[in-house]
Each structure stands twice: as structure tokens, then as C-alpha cells.
Write a protein that binds this ligand. Structure first.
Ligand code: SF4
Length: 393
């Protein structure tokens, strides 16, 4: 008779996690359907947040390209040697030969995967250029990331999208990218794929709040709330009087000039593209006009006027970014943003504290994603039973 509660060996459990990844995704989607049917998911307001979960890999297994490539070469020589021995050593059982070959092939594949990761990271320049890229053959998808305790450890970045109505997880992903900066649009893609629509509002912290995401969210019709400093005016050069700061200069679009407080036109000299994509135009006043100006000392105290008079920079920003900053300056937007932390951080804390998801038990993104989905599924089901107890009656 089949008996429950039997001990499952490690390999069976690990293999099941990967072999049934698609079924697990489907189960997660079906549970989302149940939650939606019980009107527990509205997609009116969704938060996005990531947390670093330690990878099941030792720091010392990470290597730079040269070291990994050298190990890969050795692994290939070892495979060639095993193939040669296989024909010579007739006394060694076939099973033993096959096991040795399989182990050698798996090692070669892991080293090749680590080398591919290093090449990809170097190409994408996701890491500090000064620091050579590294990867581990034990888990080529793990990367060093800052953890909550300010340490640096091999981790995977678990991304959760959480519906604010009842703090239910509507999307899960695992990425090797330490930064959250590029994770907002993939999260919207996943939600749209699952629900055939995007959330009305999306809230995320400063790690996600950048020019690219603000513009992309607006273009997709998502009302995005994030934490980003205001479009601050560059600090004035020392000695410039309040009345002659950059904000006191007016742009005249018909002549494409800036008009100074004394009515003098400043001509457009150059345009620079800033990091992030915004542009900055430089306008300069005629040297002779500033030399003769009665406000010269207040307006341009440090300018020796060797080439031109006062210089002023004008930021050319996308209208969506300007609107975002104007919106985030309102009390209403700030009140909405305040809801981010209690909603977004609750599921992460629950998964870590209640389910112990502080370190993955498996390796490789496919397996760790299955672990993350299982944890999110558990979280959603316990929320369902708490919110709708009659569902289980
Ligand atoms: S110093 Fe030049 S730019 Fe400044 S107020 Fe006078 S004319 Fe205008």
C-alpha cells in the first residue's frame, strides 16, 4: 500500500523542481485565477520590489575569465583522456566508465556556462568596468550582490510584484542582475502576459525610479509612483546673486535664445546628451554685452570673459519626466508612495522569516525560480485561506 510521509531523496526532489517548472508556473497562474475570482486581486495598484536571496554556492568557487578558461581546457583534456581510456581499460565496468564520463561532461558544461556568463557580463557592462567579471561553475547564474546586512555575497535577485489590495503576489521572477534598475518593464511584461492588461498604478522605490522607466511606464499607460529627486537646478557658481541664477533666465523659443534679466539674448552654443538620455543646451551671452552690463558683478562674478560672457545651461527633458516630477511633488502622490513599503516588503519578509527563504537549496536560475514560485504559491494560498476562510470549508 502506498504510504505517505515517506522520505524523498535529495536528487528526486531536486529533479522534480526542474522537471515540473512549467507545471508549477501553471499552478501559480491557476491560483492567481482563484484569487481573482474571489475579487482579491484588482491590479489597481501594484508594487514592485526585489530582495537578494543567497545562492547555494561558495564565494571561493568564483573565478575570473582566465582561471575559468584554464579549468575548462583541463576539463576537455580530461574528457579526451577518459574517451581514450574507455577503449583500453576493458577490465573497468561499463557503468563505472559511463559515470566518470557523465561527471566529466557535467563539469565541462558548468565551466562553459560560467565562461558564457563572464562574457555576457563583460558585454553588457553590468558590473563596474574596473572590476573584472567573475562567475562560479557551481551556479553560473549567481552573482555577488549587496545583502540586507550590508555584506557582499553570491545571490539571486528575487523580484515580486504585489497587488496592494490584499498584498498578494501577482508575479515572480529571479534575475542575476544585482540592480533593480532594469526590472520594472520585465515585471510589467509578465503582468500583462498573465492578465492581458497592465496595472493602473505601479509603485517602486528609488532603485527602479529612473528616466527610462518613468518614460516607458507613461508610454504603456501606467501611472508610476517612485522616489526620485526633483529636477534640481545646478548649484549656482560662487558669488552669483539670487536674481541672476539660471532660473531667472527665460527661454525664447521663437528665437531659440535665453533672455537674461537685463534683456540680453544668449545664443545657443552646444548640446550635450547626459547620462540617462536627457539633453542639455549651453547658451552664452556676447562678451561685449556682459562687459558693459551694470549687473556684471552680480551675474558673472568669476567669468573673465576671455571668449564669451555669462553661460547658462538649459535642460531638455522628456515631458513624461517633467510630469512625473510635478506629480511626485504633490501631497496625494506622496501619500500613495507611502503605501509602497508596507505592501512591497511584507511578502519578502514573510518568505524569509516564515518559510526560511534566506538561501536557495538548489542551483541555477531554472531551479531557484521553481523554489521562489513554490514559496510565492505558499504565501498566496495562506493569504487566500486567511482572507476567504470559507474557500477551504
Ligand atoms: S552680465 Fe550679461 S548675461 Fe548677465 S545680466 Fe548682464 S548682460 Fe545679461
Amino acid at each position: 500500500m502506498a504510504d505517505g510521509l515517506q522520505e524523498i531523496n535529495h536528487h528526486s526532489l531536486s529533479d522534480a523542481r526542474v522537471a515540473h517548472g512549467a507545471a508549477l508556473d501553471e499552478l501559480f497562474a491557476q491560483v492567481l485565477g482563484v484569487l481573482h475570482r474571489h475579487e482579491l486581486i484588482t491590479l489597481e495598484r501594484v508594487t514592485q520590489d526585489g530582495t537578494k536571496v543567497r545562492a547555494n554556492v561558495d564565494k571561493s568557487s568564483f573565478g575570473r575569465r582566465d582561471a575559468v578558461a584554464a579549468h575548462l581546457e583541463l576539463a576537455r583534456k580530461h574528457i579526451a583522456e577518459l574517451n581514450r581510456q574507455a577503449t583500453e581499460q576493458e577490465q573497468v565496468p561499463q557503468r563505472q566508465k559511463a559515470a566518470r564520463k557523465r561527471a566529466a561532461r557535467e563539469r565541462e558544461q558548468r565551466l562553459q556556462a560560467a565562461l558564457n556568463t563572464i562574457d555576457r557580463l563583460q558585454k553588457e557592462k553590468l558590473q563596474d568596468k574596473a572590476k573584472p567579471c567573475q562567475a562560479s561553475p557551481t551556479d553560473s547564474d549567481a552573482q555577488f550582490m549587496r545583502t540586507g546586512d550590508q555584506g557582499l555575497a553570491p545571490c539571486h535577485n528575487v523580484q515580486l510584484s504585489c497587488d496592494a489590495a490584499h498584498k498578494l503576489i501577482v508575479s515572480v521572477a529571479v534575475t542575476s542582475e544585482p540592480s533593480d534598475a532594469h526590472q520594472l518593464m520585465p515585471a510589467l511584461d509578465r503582468i500583462e502576459q498573465q492578465w492581458s492588461r497592465v496595472p493602473e498604478q505601479m509603485i517602486a522605490d528609488g532603485d527602479y525610479t529612473n528616466r527610462k522607466n518613468v518614460i516607458a511606464a507613461a508610454e504603456r499607460g501606467v501611472d508610476f509612483y517612485g522616489s526620485w529627486g526633483a529636477l534640481a537646478e545646478a548649484p549656482p557658481a560662487h558669488g552669483i546673486a539670487e536674481a541672476y541664477r539660471t532660473s531667472a533666465f527665460r527661454y525664447d523659443a521663437s528665437r531659440h535664445v535665453m533672455i537674461c534679466p537685463q534683456g540680453q539674448g544668449l545664443r545657443h552654443k552646444s548640446t550635450t546628451t547626459l547620462a540617462g538620455g536627457a539633453r542639455e543646451q549651453l547658451f552664452v551671452a556676447p562678451r561685449a554685452a556682459c562687459q558693459a552690463c551694470p549687473a556684471r558683478v552680480e551675474c558673472t562674478p568669476q567669468n573673465q570673459m576671455s571668449k564669451h560672457g555669462r553661460a547658462v545651461r538649459r535642460l531638455i527633458e522628456d515631458p513624461n519626466v517633467i510630469q512625473f516630477h510635478a506629480k511626485m511633488a504633490t501631497a496625494e502622490a506622496r501619500a500613495i508612495y507611502k503605501q509602497r513599503s508596507p505592501v512591497a516588503e511584507f511578502p519578502h519578509a514573510w518568505l524569509k522569516n516564515k518559510l526560511g527563504l534566506t538561501r536557495f537549496r538548489t542551483r541555477g536560475r531554472a531551479r531557484v525560480k521553481c523554489e521562489a514560485i513554490l514559496a510565492a504559491l505558499t504565501y498566496n494560498l495562506q493569504r487566500l485561506f486567511r482572507l476567504r476562510p470559507l474557500v477551504v470549508a
